[in-house]
Design a protein around this ligand. Structure first.
Ligand SMILES: Cc1ncc(COP(=O)(O)O)c(C=O)c1O
Length: 385
C-alpha cells in the first residue's frame, strides 16, 4: 500500500509509453501482422548462436572487462580501417554497449549539461529527446521536409548559438530511409569546424544501404570524426535485436568522458555474446552482404504493393518503408494505424509521433525485416485497403 504522502515529481513529465510498445502490444492483442517495431521475424545465423552457446559452455559467464573484450574491439577497429580507412585505437576509442540505445544515452549523459542546446532532426528516433531532457539540456528540432527528408543546412546554421553542445544525426535514417550524402556531411563539417560542438552520429543501419549508395560515416570526415561519438548496433546488423549489444566509437578525449558514465550505467555488457561476435566478425561477408539481403526484401515488398492505393518512394536504407495514405483516408495517422491493426490485422507506426509537434503527414512506417512469406501476407492486406 502506498503512503498518501508519497509524491513523485516526474523528471520526464511529457514522456508517454513508447509507440513501439503501444503498437506491438496492440498487434499482439489483435493477432495482427506486426510490421511496426523494427525487428526481424527470422533467426540470427545459427553459426552465431552456436558461438554464443560455445562461449557459455566454455565459461565466458562472468563480468566482461568494463569497455568490452579486446578481441571484439579489435575487429571493430579493423572494420573501420578496411571500410573507411580510419584508425581507432581499440584500447581507448571503442566501447561495447548494451545496444546502441545505451551508447546514445551514455554519450548524451557524458556531455550535455543543464541549459545546453542539442540540435536534432525530426522525424527523430524516440530516445534522443527524453535523454537530452533528463540531463537538463534543451532540444532544438529541425523538422525535415515530408517529401525528401532533406536537411536545410542554412536552417541548422541559424539554430547554432554559443549554448549549442551537440548535434545528433542519423543515417541511414529511421523512419524515412533517407541517406545523408557526402555533400550533406561536408556541409555539416563546414558548420562544425573550429567550434566546440560535439556530434553524435547514430549509424545503426550502416550496413543496410541500397542501390549502390555508400554509407557516409562521420568517421570519413576529419572535422567530424574528431568530435563524433559514432553509435552502432549488432542487433540491427546480425538479426538479434533482443541481445541488445552495440558499441560506441569516439576519439580518446571524448571516450574518457563516455567511460566515466558507462562504468556506472552498465559497467559491462553480456560477455558470451561478445566472445561470439569477436569470432563472427572475422568474416566481413557476415555484414557486407546485409545491404543486398535487405534490398531484395524492399524490392519484393514494393513490387507487391505497387498497385495499392498507398504512395511511396523506395527506402534508400534501413529496413523501413514509409507509405503515404492520403489517397485512402483523411484520418490522422495514429487513428489510421490503430484501425488498420484492429480491422485489417496489420500494424505499422504512425510517423507523427517522431515529428515536431506531432505533425501528421499521413504516413505510416512499415518494417520489411520479415520473411518473404510475411512480406507477401502483408502486401496482400495492404492491397485490399
Ligand atoms: C535510429 C536508431 N538508433 C538506435 C536504435 C537502438 O538500437 P539498439 O536496439 O541496438 O539499442 C534504433 C533501434 O530501432 C534505431 O532505429
Amino acid at each position: 500500500m502506498l503512503s498518501t504522502k508519497l509524491q513523485i515529481q516526474s523528471k520526464l513529465p511529457q514522456v508517454p509509453t513508447s509507440i513501439f510498445a503501444v503498437m506491438s502490444g496492440l498487434a499482439h492483442k489483435e493477432n495482427a501482422l506486426n510490421l511496426s517495431q523494427g525487428f526481424p521475424n527470422f533467426e540470427s545465423d545459427s553459426k552465431l548462436i552456436e558461438l554464443v552457446n560455445k562461449a557459455m559452455v566454455n565459461g565466458g559467464n562472468q563480468y566482461a572487462p568494463m569497455p568490452g573484450i579486446l578481441s571484439l574491439r579489435e575487429v571493430i577497429a579493423d572494420k573501420m580501417k578496411s571500410l573507411y580507412d580510419v584508425s581507432y585505437n581499440p584500447e581507448t576509442e571503442i566501447i561495447i554497449t548494451a545496444g546502441a540505445t545505451q551508447a546514445i544515452f551514455t554519450a548524451i549523459a557524458a556531455t550535455v549539461k543543464k541549459d545546453d542546446e542539442v540540435i536534432i532532426f525530426k522525424p527523430a528516433y524516440d530516445c534522443y529527446e527524453p535523454t537530452i531532457e533528463l540531463f537538463g539540456g534543451k532540444t532544438k528540432a529541425v523538422q525535415l521536409d515530408p517529401e525528401e527528408f532533406s536537411i536545410n543546412w542554412e536552417e541548422v546554421k541559424g539554430l547554432i548559438t554559443d549554448k549549442t553542445r551537440l548535434i545528433i544525426i542519423n543515417s541511414p535514417h529511421n523512419p524515412s530511409g533517407r541517406v545523408l550524402s557526402k555533400h550533406d556531411m561536408l556541409q555539416l563539417e563546414n558548420l562544425l569546424r573550429n567550434t566546440n560542438i560535439l556530434l553524435l552520429s547514430d549509424e545503426v543501419y550502416e550496413h543496410i544501404i541500397f542501390d549502390g549508395e555508400k554509407h557516409q560515416s562521420a568517421a570519413l570526415f576529419p572535422a567530424l570524426a574528431e568530435r563524433a561519438f559514432i553509435t552502432a548496433s549488432f542487433g540491427k546488423t546480425f538479426h538479434n535485436t533482443g541481445w541488445k549489444v552495440g558499441y560506441c566509437i569516439a576519439p580518446e578525449l571524448l571516450m574518457e568522458e563516455f567511460k566515466k558514465v558507462h562504468q556506472f550505467n552498465v559497467f559491462s555488457v553480456h560477455h558470451p555474446t561478445q566472445i561470439a561476435l569477436a569470432e563472427y566478425m572475422k568474416s566481413p561477408s557476415n555484414y557486407l552482404e546485409l545491404g543486398s539481403f535487405y534490398q531484395q526484401k524492399r524490392d519484393l515488398f514494393l513490387s507487391l504493393i505497387k498497385e495499392s492505393r498507398f504512395e511511396f518512394k523506395p527506402s534508400k536504407g534501413t529496413y523501413f518503408q514509409l507509405l503515404n495514405f492520403k489517397n485512402i483516408t483523411t484520418e490522422n495517422d495514429y487513428d489510421f494505424a490503430v484501425r488498420l491493426t484492429k480491422e485489417m490485422k496489420i500494424a505499422g507506426i504512425p510517423i507523427s509521433v517522431f515529428n515536431e509537434q506531432n505533425l501528421d503527414t499521413k504516413v505510416l512506417r512499415f518494417c520489411f525485416a520479415k520473411t518473404d512469406d510475411t512480406i507477401r501476407a502483408a502486401a496482400k492486406i495492404l492491397n485490399k485497403i
